[in-house]
Design a protein around this ligand. Structure first.
Ligand code: NAD
Length: 499
């Protein structure tokens, strides 16, 4: 067993040289080994980092769009060149298989590509002669120092949903990555310095609730982009807004896939397996409830079961289909849901608890698990399990399926599988969910659209990336301007009217 590496904060491009009062352990989930010891930031240290960022922000906000864009293009190239190393860091701390980790880095990179177009994205409007000799024009300006607080399940992509756009818009950033798998985000943060971003514009503090609270209450943090579980998202939204900040807090999910009787059942079975068990179900857009409109459920369950028999679970570096869960505690929690599903009367079609795994004996593994005849009152249906457990709920009609989805408190992603364009169109209009797939099980919008759910899956008005991201990280200003010519003058105390 090798000695765990120290993992620390990155402040103004430099690793922190102080001594932490508190630390936490980082694991390789495929072996169960402790591979890192992470410094946790105190409130005071967060204050120092915010002060560093605040100072750097002033120069960066005044930097021309041309120079900002050059940094973004260089950063994009560096990320492209380093993506395999970053993917390996993700697999080593999160556990997801290498291909999947590489896919996540690529989706993050696409946001950097979108941000490279910032001169165009920040262009304002201009109305000549809105009133006689009066011109009106609009601009968007940066906010200042913004915080990004991210979850464990996409350690590279989720920070990248926000950071390139925040920086492109002229803000400085303090990132607090998940304490479970911080190394990928730190590696990406180092690339910003290499790309020529001035020191202090991009910083990373590691930590837990203490660091999050320090960011949420610091007067110089102007906006917070948070992604994580619903209770914490709710807390972050309430606390951040109570302290005068702009907050977008993306929460948990329970994503349904509605399969109509006319669907291609092979396509639907492939999609259910890919989206239910990819990344061991630890995706906010994973399908966890498959809603089968009768009479197809028996046939569909059989097809899914066949496909599950071919999946290999193990160490993500060994070419397996599915890796371990992130921690032992999370693995045990998910296994507890399987016990509860059985106790509450669901039919356990495939039991992943006793699978054999191609990984370390102490890895946090749980095999793909399938339940049928799941009732809407069961905990496996009601809770976000965030593991490789797929529940089949049988319904008698499209209307019953739609009602089930709309009654769910979450509204992140959903999908319909059908060959009927009219039914798909009706679904996309009627369903109360922020991201909808038509024969696409994980409908994550591309970077130039915005990502975000409805209901308990997002607190705040603004979704991530795309134009909503640009708006979130800037504020608007409108200028009304008149250059006097000799014909203007005289006193008039009335409210200005356009003439
Ligand atoms: P989490 O809520 O435990 O942690 C998210 C962040 O909050 C981390 O940085 C963590 O350090 C911090 N945190 C944890 N406890 C805190 C507390 N008591 N006070 C303040 N901060 C705290 O989430 P997670 O387990 O890392 O990630 C999985 C969750 O994130 C799932 O619920 C998943 O659905 C959700 N998620 C949602 C989206 C989305 O787009 N809606 C995307 C990815 C993940």
């Amino acid at each position: 067993m090798s000695t765990p590496t120290r993992i620390t904060h990155l402040i103004a491009g430099e690793a922190w040289s102080g001594t932490a009062e508190r630390t936490s352990e980082v694991f390789n989930p495929a072996t169960g080994e402790v591979t890192g010891v992470l410094d946790l930031a105190s409130t005071d240290l967060v204050g120092e980092v915010v002060a560093t960022a605040r100072q750097a922000w002033e120069g960066w906000a005044d930097t021309s769009l041309a120079k900002r864009t050059q940094v973004l293009f260089t950063f994009r190239e560096l990320l492209e060149r380093n993506k395999k190393e970053i993917a390996a860091l993700i697999t080593a701390e999160h556990g997801k298989v290498l291909d999947d980790a590489l896919g996540e880095v690529t989706r993050g990179l696409e946001v950097a590509e979108f941000a490279c177009g910032i001169p165009h994205l920040l262009r304002g409007g201009f109305s000549e002669n809105a009133s006689t000799n009066v011109d009106v024009y609009s601009m968007r300006q940066p906010l200042g120092v913004v915080a990004v607080i991210s979850p464990f399940n996409f350690p590279a992509m989720v920070p990248m949903w926000f950071i390139p756009i925040a920086i492109a818009c002229g803000n400085a950033v303090v990132l607090k990555p998940s304490e479970k798998d911080p190394s990928a985000a730190i590696a990406i943060a180092k690339l910003w310095s290499e790309a020529g971003l001035p020191a202090g514009v991009m910083n990373v503090v590691n930590g837990d609730k203490e660091a999050v609270d320090a960011l949420l209450t610091h007067p110089d943090i102007k906006a917070v982009s948070f992604v994580g579980s619903t209770p914490i998202a709710h807390y972050v939204y309430d606390t951040g807004t109570a302290h005068g900040k702009r907050v977008q807090a993306l929460g948990g999910a329970k994503n349904h896939m509605l399969v109509l009787p006319d669907a291609d059942l092979d396509l639907a079975a492939d999609a259910a397996v890919n989206s239910g068990f990819g990344s061991a179900g630890e995706r906010c857009m994973a399908i966890s409830a498959l809603v089968a409109v009768e009479p197809i459920a028996d046939e569909l369950v059989e097809k899914i079961k066949d496909r599950m028999g071919k999946l290999r679970t193990g160490d993500g570096t060994k070419g397996c289909d599915m890796g371990p869960l992130v921690t032992r505690a999370h693995r045990d929690k998910v296994a507890g849901y399987v016990d509860a599903g059985l106790e509450q009367g669901a039919t356990l079609v495939v039991d992943g608890r006793d699978d054999e795994f191609d990984g370390g004996a102490d890895g946090f593994f749980l095999g793909p698990t399938l339940f049928d005849n799941v009732g809407r009152d069961m905990t496996i249906y009601q809770d976000e399990i965030f593991g490789p457990v797929l529940s089949v709920v049988r319904v008698q009609s499209y209307d019953e399926g739609l009602e089930l989805i709309n009654a769910n408190p979450y509204g992140n992603g959903t999908a319909i599988f059908t060959n009927d364009g009219g039914a798909a169109r009706r679904f996309q209009r009627q369903v109360e969910v922020g991201m909808v797939g038509v024969n696409v099980p994980i409908p994550v919008p591309v970077s130039y659209y915005s990502f975000g759910g409805w209901k308990n899956s997002l607190f705040g008005d603004t979704h991530a990336h795309g134009m909503e991201g640009v708006h979130f990280f800037t504020r608007g200003k409108v200028v009304t301007s008149r250059w006097l010519d000799p014909s203007h003058g005289g006193l008039n105390l009335g409210f200005p009217q356009n003439t």
